[in-house]
Design a protein around this ligand. Structure first.
Ligand code: ADP
Ligand code: MG
Length: 359
């Protein structure tokens, strides 16, 4: 009743858990999905949490993220460090008591679309803590002094709430200088971030995410003892991504997912998701699946960060030749299977491949 957001969540979760124990799965699920929706229960009651806002634009400086419902696929190394980080965060009280606590700062870095923001949400969910996202690129104000003020606003808002704070797009800080040719402002902003990070108590979890870790001020970099690089997904991760996003996890399609993984080596997770969802939209609206050949062509014509979505055109001769060479060189597919996927005879596959090598 006093709009204690965190409290509503905690009690709601306890009720959901009890319902689940009493085998009322429906009821438990209903409560959990309400809690996951950001702010719906309280907003519906007319309450909007007082988020700090930019003085000029009135846009909120921090938004509440929701706990993700889709899984995040990680390579081995990243997964290990993340589990360790979560374990340390869960037992920070004990670790502090023994004098071996670490600052709960985690830096996620790597190219765009590799799941950094998504992973941060998962960490908040595993820790069952509210999740706040501050996008540093959106805090940068053209008004002198305002950026530092915005950053102070975030750090003053979050710690009281036992939250996970994601400082997203951190490299934006470095751009303060480039945009304004004014070194004083950059220094002020960096110092404000440092002061903010240092003002946090031990139990606050801070996650920084950046596409360009080398642009970060070294002093800020050091404030994040845990570091995880999320690179472009490797073959196993790509296979899981295809299986999840295109085939909804149906392992009967493992073979196709594996083939798609082999030919999509330059793509990031977001690209794979985009192509897969486009294919599923076509399946629903056209009443039949676009077919593996169409999807493979879309993959072939995609680059990281600019996926080409399916266009439903029928394959021309050039497409068929392209696809044949792609499957032969990257896909490690037999000529019989190529013929089936591309929809031509085996003789034709043989001819295309010969033409390709003859140049
Ligand atoms: N490793 C991954 N596992 C699962 N989904 C992913 C992965 N990488 C990207 N995605 C998909 O792409 C979307 C965008 O990823 P995002 O977390 O915003 O990337 P980043 O923050 O690194 O730019 C995610 O919401 C998710 O649907
Ligand atoms: Mg992101």
């Amino acid at each position: 009743m006093s709009a204690d957001y965190t409290g509503v969540r905690r009690v709601g979760n306890a009720i959901a858990k009890r319902l689940a124990e009493q085998k009322d799965t429906e009821g438990a699920k209903a409560i959990q999905s309400l809690l996951r929706k950001r702010g719906v229960p309280l907003q519906a009651s007319g309450y909007a949490e007082a988020l700090p806002r930019d003085a000029g634009s009135r846009l909120p400086l921090v938004e509440e993220g929701h706990w993700p419902t889709t899984p995040v696929m990680l390579g081995g190394e990243a997964g290990h460090i993340i589990s360790q980080f979560i374990e340390d965060a869960q037992h920070i009280g004990l670790l502090a008591e023994k004098g071996v606590s670490a600052r709960l700062g985690l830096l996620l870095y790597g190219p765009p679309g590799t799941g950094k923001t998504l992973l941060a949400g998962h960490i908040a969910a595993s820790l069952k803590r509210p999740f706040y996202i501050a996008r540093l690129d959106s805090l940068i104000s053209s008004r002198l002094g305002e950026t530092a003020k915005n950053i102070r606003g975030i750090f003053e808002f979050v710690p009281a709430r036992n939250a996970v704070l994601l400082l997203d797009e951190m490299d934006a800080i470095a751009k303060v200088r480039d945009d304004r040719h004014e070194l004083g402002e950059l220094k002020r902003v960096v110092n404000t971030v440092l002061q903010g990070l240092d003002s946090l108590t031990d139990d606050v979890v801070t996650i920084g995410a950046t596409n360009h870790p080398h642009l970060l001020d070294p002093a800020i970099f050091r404030r994040f003892p845990y570091k995880v690089e999320l690179g472009l997904p490797d073959r196993d991760v790509r296979e899981s991504l295809w299986l999840h996003f295109l085939f909804e996890g149906d392992t009967a399609h493992k073979g196709d997912a594996s083939l798609l993984a082999r030919v999509s080596d330059s793509l990031n997770g977001a690209d794979i998701e985009n192509i897969a969802l486009a294919a599923r939209r076509r399946t629903i609206l056209a009443g039949h699946s676009p077919g593996l050949a169409q999807i493979l062509l879309a993959v072939r014509d995609s680059r990281a960060g600019s996926p080409r979505l399916l266009d439903g055109r029928t394959l021309g001769t050039a497409d068929k030749k392209n696809l044949t060479t792609l499957l032969h060189e990257k896909g490690d597919v037999s000529q019989a299977d190529i013929a089936r996927i591309v929809g031509v005879s085996r003789q034709m596959v043989h001819r295309y491949l010969k033409e390709a090598t003859d140049g």
